[in-house]
Design a protein around this ligand. Structure first.
Ligand code: AMP
Ligand code: ZN
Length: 460
């Protein structure tokens, strides 16, 4: 089989060839942990989980290393810590905020069916590596010290801007670059800066006496180096990270290690949008993963995400969720607790074609058609193939047992009404049994009469 991946750097879909098939290495920029993550943040997590699953399928689970970092140095974290724990020393308050948020994030993405990455390094645990990189860059003439800051000199790297495909002039015009007295050129970016009062601080590199803190971009260069080496296979994240974050990571890592590339494939997911606009905390148009999980099973949210190709913008709607829910209800009904069968070649080919998840879902619909005609092999194959996308991982009864939190239903009352309806049916009082069915429908309960008795679910 052939596996192709679209690379943002070369702007083409290329056959994937790992540097070392015994250890395929992927780095994805992870969350900044200060509050519940929104469903836009979940898009890269789900997309790269599918890529992780595909790599594990091709190369073997023991031969893939997936690193997703945790950004725990950030102004938003500092602000949240001061607000929530005013009585605590800052470092302790920050730790409390990041630990809590970190745990919430892990619960959320596990519920979305995402495998844990091989490593989840934290920025605060890699300050020494950051200092080493910064000192190397200064020594090599790619960075300079000015006013207790260390800055990367963009002019020192001839092909700076290759990932974003912008000239320096365009970048200056397009970005709201901070003009600061310590910068020699407007596009130079911060590797290290002095900490203000009330900010976390560490001993500075390059003989700077004042304690300071790292810039954002250097974190990922340091953590990918430590966990994956100077050069690795895949670097991923949302499309908003192409510039300046990934452009600057490339500049730092390539100049520090004198390598022609940082990663061989740059993979970026498109935005998850609400009414044509990027979902973002700052715009206030967001819904948290946690809120969605109260009303929808994690797999429904996951399928709603995978119904659009990862590079396309994805419009987030309740209709998309409803459609995913109906699809999964059908799939679970047909596969039940059957053992996974053979992985379908069409599903695998679709996922291996630059993660074409909508095409993979179409192949699953075809399997469902076969299974509906009674093919046991197709049912087993549907299950195995859906699992490549991280779907159909629950038992049929777990799936049927999900109850949305926003619809409160008295389960005892439902059970009693079903018993009364069964009694009416036994004496052929169909008026009464229909009346009870309608009464249940009014409170949002749909009955299903099967050969094993009557089950119920919530209407959506
Ligand atoms: P942040 O915590 O904002 O740095 O974002 C963490 C990850 O989520 C990054 O890879 C972002 O590119 C990604 N991301 C944030 N918002 C969206 C969105 N609306 N759609 C898709 N990806 C997003
Ligand atoms: Zn990063």
């Amino acid at each position: 089989m052939e596996f192709k991946l679209y690379d943002t750097l070369t702007r083409e879909k290329r056959v994937f060839t790992p540097l070392d098939p015994a250890n395929v290495r992927m780095y994805v920029c992870g969350p900044t942990v200060y509050d519940f993550a929104h469903i836009g943040n979940a898009r890269p997590v789900i997309v790269f989980d599918v890529l992780f699953r595909l790599l594990r399928h091709i190369y073997g689970a023991a031969h893939v290393t997936y690193v997703r970092n945790i950004t725990d140095v950030d102004d938003k974290i500092n602000a949240r810590a001061a607000e929530e724990y005013p009585a605590l020393p800052l470092n302790e308050a920050i730790r409390k905020v990041t630990e809590k948020t970190d745990q919430q994030f892990h619960e959320d993405v596990a519920a979305l069916g995402c495998l844990p990455p091989s490593a989840e390094p934290r920025a605060t645990e890699h300050i020494a590596e950051m200092r080493t990189l910064i000192e190397r860059l200064v020594k090599a003439g790619n960075a300079y010290v000015e006013g207790d800051h260390v800055l990367f000199s963009v002019a020192s790297m001839p092909d700076y801007g290759r990932l974003a495909r912008r000239s320096l002039d365009e970048m200056i015009a397009g970005a709201r670059v901070e003009v600061a007295p310590y910068k020699r050129a407007p596009m130079d970016f911060v590797l290290w800066k002095p900490s203000k009062p009330g900010e976390p601080s560490w001993p500075s590199p390059c003989g700077i006496a004042a304690p300071g803190r790292p810039g954002w971009h250097i974190e990922c260069s340091a953590m990918s180096w430590k966990h994956l080496g100077e050069t690795f296979d895949i670097h991923g994240g949302g499309i908003d990270l192409v510039f300046p974050h990934h452009e600057n990571e490339i500049a730092q890592s390539r100049c520090a290690f004198h390598t022609p590339v940082m990663a061989n494939y740059w993979v970026h997911n498109g935005f998850l949008q609400v009414e044509g606009e990027k979902m973002a905390k700052s715009l206030g148009n967001f819904v948290t993963i946690r809120d969605l999980l109260r009303d929808w099973p994690g797999e429904t949210v996951r399928l709603a995400m995978l119904q659009t190709h990862y590079r396309q913008p994805l419009n987030w709607t309740t209709n998309g969720l409803r459609e995913a829910q109906r699809t999964l209800d059908l799939w679970y009904e047909l596969t039940g607790d059957a053992a996974p069968g053979l992985l379908c070649a069409d599903t695998l080919d679709a996922v291996a074609d630059d993660l074409n998840s909508p095409k993979a879902v179409a192949s699953l619909h075809e399997l469902r058609g076969e299974a509906a005609k009674g093919s046991k092999a197709a049912a087993g194959s549907l299950k195995a193939s859906a699992q490549l996308l991280g779907l159909l991982q629950e038992t049929a009864s777990e799936w049927a047992g999900f109850r949305p939190a926003s619809i409160s239903i008295d389960e005892n009352k439902v059970t009693a009404l079903i018993a009364a309806r069964n009694a009416a049916r036994r004496v052929k009082d169909f008026r009464e049994s229909d009346r009870i069915r309608d009464e249940l429908a009014k409170i949002g309960v749909v009955l299903k009469d099967t050969k094993d008795g009557t089950t119920w679910e919530i209407a959506r």
